[in-house]
Design a protein around this ligand. Sequence first.
Ligand code: NI
Length: 203
Amino acid sequence: MPAGRRVVALTFDDGPNGRDTAAVLDVLAEESVHATFFVVGKAVERDPELLRRMVNEGHALGNHTWSHAHLNIRTREGIEREVSRTEAAIERACGAQTKLVRPPFGARSFGVLEALRRLGLECVLWSVPLAREWDRPGAETIARRLLERTVDGSILALHDGDRGERAERGAVAAATRLVIDGLRARGLRCVTVPEMLAFREAP
Ligand code: NI
C-alpha cells in the first residue's frame, strides 16, 4: 500500500443478517460510503434481497464460505465446496461475481491458500484487531476499538451477523457511523477492497 493515499477499507463479515444489515446499508447510503461485505452462503440464501441492495448501492462483495467453516480442517474438496457453493448463491441472489475470499477465523494454512489460489480467488483478511461485536460491547466501544488501531491503508472488519446465523447486531450500524465520522476527522477516506487492491497494484 503506497503511503499517503489516506484510504481505509471498511468491511462487514458474517451476514447478511436481516434488519441489522439493512440498518448498516442505510448508514452507508446516508454517509455516501462504499464498503465490502464478506457474506456467508447460507445467509445469502436466506436474505438474497440484501445482496441485491448491496450491489445496487455500489458495495463490493466477498466470499466468507457457505457455513462459516474453519477451512484449515477441511479437505481440498471440502474447501472448494464451501467456496463454490457460496459463489453460486451470490450469483443467484444478485448476478454478481467476486474474486475475494475471507477465510473464517482468518484460517490460512498452506492447503487453504493453495486451494483458494487454484480457484482463482484472492484471500483478504483484516489489518486492525477485531472489535469483538459478539460480546455486545455497544457502538462507542466498537468504534473506539477499531479507530485506535487504524492507520492509512487499514482494512477494518465489523460483524453485521454471527457466522451466518440470525443475531442481534443492532449496535453495528451506529458503530459504523461513528467509525466513518472518526475516519473523516483524521482525513481518511473509505474505499472498497477492490479499490484498495487497485491502489496496491498501481505504480
Ligand atoms: Ni466470520
